[in-house]
Design a protein around this ligand. Sequence first.
Ligand SMILES: [Zn+2]
Length: 139
Amino acid sequence: MGILENVRDLAELVKKTGDIEFYRKIVALEGEVIELTRQNRLLETKVAELDQKLTVQASLSFEAPFWWQEGDDTPFCPSCWELKRQAIHVVYKFSNAEFTRWDCSVCKTIYAPKLGKARKPPDPTRPNRNTVPRGGAWT
Ligand SMILES: [Zn+2]
């Protein structure tokens, strides 16, 4: 039996005694328990989110201009990661003789690091295990 059920049972018992002031106190306590339970759920969700972010943070390393995760050929947007701690993959667009272009679909930043200054882009013929294919399903 949870704390809320215990308080509700107590309220029913107090109600039977006919002590209105005592009953009002128990009903107020029930409201406080409900609010604390709600706040506890929110905090548990927040802790889980922060735990996830810490796990991602520990797995990332910076190699200008991007953040990279070991075993992942697609870098993460430095703007999204450093401002909001959101690990957002940038999207490879093309390479030419001077630079490679990557775009962030979330913050819309366009990156064009000069060749030789940044890691080689992924082979477009090789599927990236961290990218959902166009059909929306993992293969
Ligand atoms: Zn971004």
